[in-house]
Design a protein around this ligand. Structure first.
Ligand code: PRT
Ligand code: MG
Length: 220
């Protein structure tokens, strides 16, 4: 875990950073530099004992698991693929919401392709989620692991289907893809290093409680 009485918070740039700012504000924490303008990877805050480290979204659980950061904010998608071992997950922050879905080309016969006992070529960054989902349907999957731009795979013949995050659906639409199944709803979670939670209990509790009080209301 990060040293002595310093609290280190791991965030990724972009939507997670942006949507975590109001929660930090509720804890009286203000980040003193804009990650879009600064090249720094460690950002100071107005609290001398709290700092933010900027890591790739997929690396947040790893940083917190091994104590490179005491706490972090990460998507449930990333958490499931990581496995969540060694992480205390006290709060669903209800931010950065989206869903994991199956999408195909709009001229592809998905219903026919997923009949029991069939094979489907699936491209995704979410191989764990995709494997479990298709196994539960009895569909055999040839998995193609990708790290980005999943939408391209069905358009180039690399795969029949993709498993990817969908928010507005605009990216799928722009690429002539359709969402054929929703696998799960996603939001971001607060994750805490288990040793840090014991050794830095008071300052971490303060942050967890302040975040809890500032979680956006469920809109349904
Ligand atoms: O982008 P980079 O490769 O650096 O990393 P990353 O994609 O892992 O990070 P980032 O910041 O893009 O996403 C971090 C987390 O935000 C994800 O793990 C999700 O939990 C959450 N999130 C919420 C999203 C979206 N909404 C989202 N729409 N992450 C990605 N997207 C992408 C999606 O992959 C697709 O390409 O946006 C596109 C679809 O958006 P719509 O609105 O067109 O449907
Ligand atoms: Mg991204």
């Amino acid at each position: 875990m990060s040293s002595s009485n310093m609290i280190t918070l791991a965030l990724s740039k972009g939507r997670i950073f942006d949507e975590t700012l109001p929660l930090l504000a509720a804890a009286g924490i203000e980040v003193l530099e804009d990650p879009e303008k600064s090249r720094k990877l460690i950002l100071p805050t107005n609290q001398p004992n709290v700092r933010v480290v900027l890591v790739r979204a997929t690396d947040v659980p790893t940083y917190v698991e091994y104590g490179g950061a005491d706490i972090g904010v990460t998507g449930k998608d990333t958490l499931i693929e990581h496995g969540g071992q060694g992480l205390y997950q006290p709060l669903d922050l209800r931010i950065a919401k989206c869903r994991v879905s199956v999408a195909v080309r709009n001229d592809f016969d998905y219903a026919q392709a997923v009949k029991q006992g069939s094979r489907l070529k699936v491209a995704t960054k979410y191989t764990g989620i995709a494997r479990d989902f298709f196994a539960s349907k009895g569909v055999h999957v040839d998995m193609v692991k990708l790290y980005g731009s999943m939408e391209l795979a069905p358009l180039t013949g690399l795969a029949d289907a993709i498993v990817d995050l969908v928010s507005t659906g605009n990216t799928l639409k722009a690429n002539n893809l359709i969402e054929v199944e929703r696998i799960m709803d996603i939001s971001s979670y607060l994750v805490v290093n288990q040793a840090a939670l014991k050794l830095k209990q008071a300052p971490l509790r303060r942050i967890i409680d302040a975040f809890a009080s500032a979680i956006p209301a469920e809109k349904n």
